[in-house]
Design a protein around this ligand. Structure first.
Ligand SMILES: [Cu+2]
Length: 166
């Protein structure tokens, strides 16, 4: 008699569990979270508005020779000061100071601002008779302005970067 009672107790306990499970059925419907994968490509960096060149530009654009641009400085002017290059071609810019005072060359870069991290600039001021080089590897077509930091009001130029080979 005692054993039967405990068996009955087990049955009751099971019944309670089944009822409990049944009442859980509504909660079993899981909420669905839809994740939409962003498949859009990363935005292409944009060339920001550039400063106006402060030196009158050459009538025609010069082209690099074996990916080298050679710019001379005389009488506080860059020459040539207008260049045409192709995008994605790293260009070496060789600057030779034939003047009697120091100069440099700084490209404003994508952000169109001088003295920022994306500038391309000669490492040091070029003393009279010195030459310096910098590398310019534009990823975005467009016109890039450069200047001399020591004579920003009257030494400048432009590098015109085309999508295809110039
Ligand atoms: Cu200068």
């Amino acid at each position: 008699m005692k054993a039967r009672a405990s068996a009955l107790g087990v049955v009751l306990a099971l019944a309670v569990l089944l009822v409990a499970c049944g009442s859980d059925d509504k909660a079993d419907t899981l909420s669905t979270v839809t994740v939409t994968q962003n498949t859009a490509p990363a935005p292409t960096p944009q060339l920001q508005r550039q400063p106006d060149p402060t030196q009158e530009l050459d009538g025609t654009a010069s082209k690099p020779l074996d990916r080298v641009i050679s710019i001379g400085i005389s009488e506080t002017k860059f020459a040539p000061n207008r260049w045409a290059v192709a995008v994605d071609e790293p260009i070496t810019i060789r600057v030779t100071n034939n003047d009697s005072q120091q100069h440099n060359l700084r490209i404003a870069g994508l952000d169109g601002e001088y003295e920022t991290m994306d500038d391309a600039v000669t490492d040091q001021p070029l003393l009279p008779g010195q030459s310096g080089e910098l590398t310019f590897a534009p990823q975005v077509p467009g016109n890039y302005t450069f200047r001399c930091d020591f004579h920003p009001a009257n030494m400048g130029g432009r590098i015109e970067v085309s999508a295809a080979a110039p």
